[in-house]
Ligand binder design. Structure first.
Ligand code: NAD
Ligand code: TDX
Length: 350
């Protein structure tokens, strides 16, 4: 397979490139704008591999994307490029509208022109795989799970922009016949995640003996999936998913934020016994809640499990422990990111 991955210098995109090039032997062209959230050092494992190429480009630059598609002649596009952090979307929604909605439109427009010009045998192979989130479904009460037929009810600028992009992708299928598949995944965690997201932020703060800022009452629930389980699902959906359909991806790993924070402190104590940390209750700080904070997300992944035979390999306990160990062992990756100070933007670390 010869594919384009958008957003491949980000957290999930880099895991996907490492998996497709390193484990599956595919040819991958990674297209990324290289925003603050990107880090090409996450791709060091495949840098120089014969099947891997990188090109800096904005998905909203339609002409450039069209030229890239004509030159590279991919069998598929895996579209991950996005602004992805909910708190930033609250502070400044503009970039989210531009990349997630306008950028997805430009990419679809270029993909359609490219697909229409392919010979019919290659048209049949081509797929546009749109990678999305469970946040498009809104917030759950104590009961129930998100299925592929749950109505969209996004609540944050981020989730509304992702919902818009999902609708555009489906419209390009229904109206123009572009062969698309869509996947909506729960919260990811694992190595190389940018430290503004909850799990790496909590790990780095715990390691440094800083307080762990838990929003509101800490009772919000997320359904956690290790990123390697997600990228395995993406390959299966791309190769075996049915055109026009949606697949929910989730590991049946629901947890309250406060419990994740406590588990992280426990893992840091256990894996790094030389550190002297304050008692747990002094390490956790309940801080002002996120505006419009969704209470609970939980994915029903039955369709993916039954039709494509996917199964999450990581339990949350093992995955979290491995992730804590990875951050403990890789200060060379995260310290320069913390030192960059994020161009004065909000991060919440230190
Ligand atoms: P990330 O923020 O770590 O990475 C996003 C990447 O996209 C970055 O490398 C960035 O430079 C690139 N990018 C941003 N704007 C771009 C543009 N205009 N043109 C080209 N590249 C651009 O995000 P992530 O956590 O890896 O998420 C990847 C995708 O998966 C996103 O579409 C996100 O909505 C979706 N998703 C994420 C999660 C999660 O828990 N992280 C869960 C479900 C779905
Ligand atoms: O400092 C914090 N304290 C805190 O309590 C941060 C950063 C987060 N939280 C809470 C908010 C959420 O309930 O932790 C939970 C997880 O927060 P994030 O890591 O910001 O993730 P979330 O808002 O759930 O969105 C993530 O999952 C779905 C990704 O950022 C999205 O890109 C993805 O689509």
């Amino acid at each position: 397979m010869r594919v384009i991955v958008t957003g491949g210098a980000g957290f999930i995109g880099s895991a996907l490139c490492r998996y497709l090039v390193g484990d599956c032997g595919w040819q991958v062209l990674n297209i990324d704008k290289l925003t603050y959230a990107s880090d090409q050092r996450s791709l060091a494992a495949i840098d120089g591999a014969p099947g891997y190429r990188f090109m800096q480009a904005d998905i909203a630059d339609g002409d450039k994307i069209s030229h890239i598609l004509e030159d590279y002649q991919p069998d598929a596009i895996l579209h991950l490029a996005a602004e992805s952090h909910v708190d930033r979307s609250i502070d400044g929604p503009g970039d989210f509208i531009q990349t997630n909605i306008v950028g997805t439109y430009c990419l679809l427009d270029a993909a359609l022109k490219y697909w229409r010009n392919l010979p019919s045998d290659r048209q049949k192979i081509f797929r546009f795989h749109h990678v999305s989130t469970d946040e498009v479904y809104g917030s759950l009460g104590a009961e129930g799970l998100f299925s592929e037929t749950t109505a969209y009810q996004p609540t944050s600028p981020y989730s509304a922009s992702k919902a818009s992009s999902d609708h555009l992708v489906r419209a390009w299928h229904h109206t123009y016949g572009l062969p698309v598949v869509v996947s909506n995944c729960s919260n990811n965690y694992g190595p190389f995640q940018f430290p503004e997201k909850f799990i790496p932020l909590m790990i780095l703060n715990a390691m440094a003996g800083r307080k762990l800022p838990v929003y509101g009452d800490g009772q919000n629930i997320r359904d956690w999936l290790h990123v390697t389980d997600h990228v395995a699902a993406l390959r299966l959906i791309l190769q075996h998913g049915t055109i026009g359909e949606t697949y929910n991806v989730g590991g049946r790993n629901e947890a309250r934020n406060i419990d994740i924070a406590r588990q992280i402190i426990a893992h840091v104590r256990d894996l790094s016994p030389h550190r002297t940390l304050p008692p747990d209750d002094e390490m956790i700080e309940f801080v002002t809640d996120r505006p419009g904070h969704d209470r609970r997300y939980a994915i029903d992944a039955t369709k993916l499990e039954n039709r494509l035979g996917w199964q999450a390999q990581y339990s949350l306990e093992t995955g979290l422990r491995d992730t804590v160990a990875w951050y403990l062992n890789h200060p060379g990756w995260w310290q320069p990111i913390l030192d960059r100070k994020y161009r004065g933007q909000r991060l919440g670390v230190a």
